[in-house]
Design a protein around this ligand. Sequence first.
Ligand SMILES: Cc1ncc(COP(=O)(O)O)c(C=O)c1O
Length: 327
Amino acid sequence: MNINWPARIPLGYFPTPLEPLGRLSRQLAGPQIYLKRDDQTGLATGGNKTRKLEFILADAVARGADRLITLGGPQSNHCRQTAAAAARMGMECSVVLRGNPPPQSLGNLLLDDLLGAEIRWAGSETREAVADSLVAGLRAVGQRPYLVPLGGSTPLGACGYVRAMQEALQQLAEQRIDIDTMVLASSSGGTQAGLVLGALLGGYRGRILGISIDSPQAQLSAMVHEIAFGAAELLGAPSADPAGRIDVNADYLGGGYAVVGDLERHAIRVAARSEGLLLDPVYTGRAFGALLDLIERKVIDRRERVLFWHTGGAAALSAFSAELSPR
Ligand SMILES: Cc1ncc(COP(=O)(O)O)c(C=O)c1O
């Protein structure tokens, strides 16, 4: 079908590699696990936000924006990538972060600063309220701020993951690999929404399992559905109905968002020591931990072929040293 792609500004290195996790798959005695290396998109240590920002930045430029404003947690990968994209485009950037400043600027927070972003702490206010009043204040003095919503998870941002699914399906076809289940970390929903829509448009019939990082199942499913539906309209494919393809597992919320527990610690060590592969403490550590548990409990069969979307985030590791490497 003919896809009506919105404008896009290249910010990353694509296609990202698709590779087997040979040693780990053998250690587990199956399933065969493959990795889609979206941690290698290249933009200021990479990650899944690069693909979304390619479309969002094109829109910001078309609207004559002079500053990007976005929001996230103190270790937001999205804020770091947005700061990098703004720098690349010669724009200013403000990031509104939850809570108050920690004693030390580590991980993504350090990178936000190095990349030139102005950092605003929301304190006891909501990040959305602080970001909205920042936008209003700048508009009032004649500036042209552009608000990038949480996680870049809009229908426009999700187009990046429709493209990503196309890219992966082409690599899988070239390498003659049939995937039964794709697994990813899902939080603000844009990545999963794009993959689901990309699967519908590209003819992938296997499972796409989003491991919820911080929301109950019904809430995240509804978010993914709304974004995928909006993206389908945007791309001129409104007949693609994502409803039946949205699969969310919310059994691994642990102690809450960005709380590192045994599941994440174990997964990060297993990936690092069996494959020299760095996962992150908040998203991919949790989602990969969930995958290992589902394999252990035989929910995912050892004869399956699994593709894990590595969505990045290792830049945050040093900020979690106390939790990851307790002395
Ligand atoms: C490393 C990483 N993986 C996965 C996600 C989840 O992506 P989404 O917010 O599109 O659901 C994020 C979001 O911040 C992330 O930083």
